[in-house]
Write a protein that binds this ligand. Structure first.
Ligand SMILES: Cc1cc2nc3c(=O)[nH]c(=O)nc-3n(C[C@H](O)[C@H](O)[C@H](O)COP(=O)(O)OP(=O)(O)OC[C@H]3O[C@@H](n4cnc5c(N)ncnc54)[C@H](O)[C@@H]3O)c2cc1C
Length: 323
């Protein structure tokens, strides 16, 4: 396997995943291959599918927890970072860094994706998880996606992507995103840039700095009537919290309860297991104090979910991918 993988990119054996995740956690992958071109990626996927070999796609490793036991199979690091502009569209290969796509779109005189400067990881990972910030999400910008699935290529337009809050058809049904087309607008958005700088500043003051993490652990809790458990969550919110409370009013107006706030109100900030800790600064972040294991993090996740459920009857759901 190792010799064959070398035909597709730089291959390694027993590569520690902690070197490739922003959480700095994760045991060894049997095989680890870095692929720099999308056509090579496509060939590699076809080869692995043909072999019936287990594999996992890694973008920037900024939305996942890799287990200490590592991964039995091939981890494919997608590193094709090509970004092109055609008129008011940005075309990015899956390994393009989301922040760079946002910066290049602004340099290229386009507006609409300023918010992407705050999202770590790759554009492939961002589309799969319908990443979002500052009230926008990938759903607002994606025109088309090129996907590898079951040995062939498929194009998905925005509707076909089935975007939902922090989810997409790719997350729910699989497939590997190869390329992404973003539809933006010509022009400079001074307000957008100002908002973006404010947002980055806000982020620095509200999110833990200087520790490895993987962003928000839990999804915010929806109470849209059409979402399962939505009406139930709304009832619980109103049962347990004062409707006049400014935060609660904010949640009611956007239709989502901040998971970080629930964690905080349930008194879980500062929970620590081993070297992993619920951030004192932001309830939805778990930080690695140095040398945390996936077992430490999984234990904290379990403790927090239990406490929030026992206190408010609301079930938190992980946003991160656990591998
Ligand atoms: C400090 C910090 C702040 C963050 N802030 C935000 C934020 O504001 N908003 C937000 O939405 N997220 C945020 N995140 C989470 C994260 O940055 C996003 O979810 C990001 O889009 C993940 O991309 P990635 O390439 O790192 O994905 P990875 O972590 O590498 O992968 C995540 C999942 O996507 C899959 N995947 C990756 N690439 C592909 C592909 N090409 N095709 C198919 N599947 C693929 C992986 O297999 C895995 O299941 C933050 C994270 C950190 C560490």
């Amino acid at each position: 396997m190792y010799q064959t993988l070398k035909n597709f990119g730089k291959a390694k054996i027993q590569e520690p995943l902690c070197k490739h995740t922003t959480f700095k956690i994760g045991g060894p992958a049997d095989f680890f291959v870095t692929v720099e071109k999308i056509d090579k990626l496509q060939e590699l996927l076809a080869f692995l599918d043909g072999e019936g070999q287990e594999y996992f796609i890694l973008g920037g490793g900024s939305n996942m927890l890799a287990r200490d036991e590592g991964f039995r199979g091939v981890v494919i690091e997608v590193k094709d970072k090509t970004i092109e502009q055609e008129g008011d569209e940005m075309i990015a290969c899956a390994g393009a860094v989301t922040v760079e796509v946002a910066q290049q779109s602004m340099k290229g005189g386009l507006t609409g994706f300023e918010w992407g400067v705050g999202v770590p990881g790759t554009i492939g990972g961002a589309v799969r998880g319908n990443a979002g910030a500052m009230g926008s999400e990938m759903k607002d910008n994606v025109k088309k996606v090129l996907l590898y699935k079951d040995g062939s290529l498929h194009e998905y337009d925005n509707d076909a992507c089935g975007f939902e809050y922090r989810s997409s058809i790719f997350k729910r049904e699989g497939g590997i995103i190869l390329k992404v087309w973003l539809k933006l607008k010509k022009g400079e958005n001074i307000e957008g840039k100002k908002k973006m700088l404010e947002f980055l500043r806000y982020r620095n003051t509200t999110q833990p700095q200087g520790y490895a993490s993987t962003g928000c652990i839990f999804k915010n809790v929806e109470f849209n009537e059409t979402v399962p458990k939505g009406a139930y969550n709304r009832k619980k919110l109103l049962e347990h919290f004062d409707k006049e409370n400014e935060k609660v009013q904010q949640f009611l107006s956007v239709g989502k309860i901040s998971a970080g706030w629930l964690v905080q109100e349930a008194g879980c900030k500062g929970y620590q297991v081993g070297q992993a800790q619920v951030s004192e600064k932001h309830g939805n972040f778990i930080i690695n104090l140095g040398g945390a294991t996936s077992h430490d993090v999984l234990k904290i996740i379990e403790m927090v979910k239990e406490k929030v459920y026992n206190t408010y009857g609301i079930e938190l759901e992980e946003e991160i991918q656990i591998v």
